[in-house]
Design a protein around this ligand. Sequence first.
Ligand code: ADP
Length: 241
Amino acid sequence: MIELKNISKWYGKFRALTDCSVTVNAGEVVVFCGPSGSGKSTLIKLINGLEVFQEGDLLYKGQSIRAGATRLSDLRRRIGMVFQHFELFPHLSVLQNLTIAQEKVLKRKSKEAEKKALLLLDRVGLSAHSHKYPAQLSGGQQQRVAIARSLCMDPEVMLFDEPTSALDPEMINEVLAVMIELAQDGMTMACVTHEMGFARKVADKVVFMDSGAIVETNSAEEFFTNPKSERARDFLAKILH
Ligand code: ADP
């Protein structure tokens, strides 16, 4: 579905990514982990064109971005993204947050958009909150709304950039439960997260990064029981404590 090939990226003179290659197959859940500043967020944002890269190539369903065979606007439409800080529109109700892009981008009629929105709010357990505004919801609820909003656009892939890092501990599980269900339903997912329990439960692949490079790509089972690299072993020892 997605292939990152030998990607390098600079922010000005600072090299943020060095020769990164990752494949995300259809239906796979790939978890990106590693120390803060290792380039995870930068790498995941490249996938839907929120960051640009200078070297390498990105293929979506075998079509190169570099060669112009896939347009960035198409990519963004097909790939949903959920951020650490939810990014809901504060002046719109939950329902309006879920319908606005459906109507403006996908040109759905408002009744159809509302029907879809209510279906997805139900899926994340928030049907009763459709008329509230984001500020009236807890952080965990806002993040579930953000996930539902992304799903309203019928994405082929979902990207998550530390979706639970800004949440109080008791709200983390309600968001992870939605993500686990999505994974089990067969959604293709790329997730930057420190939630190793989640990774262990649903990840097909773990990509461990350090200093802008991919140090190790492994199955979740192998990564947690027998990591290949010393750096991954150190990281796991710290994070699992
Ligand atoms: P991670 O997600 O692993 O914490 P990031 O991808 O956010 O890491 O950052 C990787 C490196 O790139 C860090 O050193 C960070 O300071 C740097 N960086 C990230 N975004 C920018 C930016 N917009 N401009 C300059 N440097 C950046």
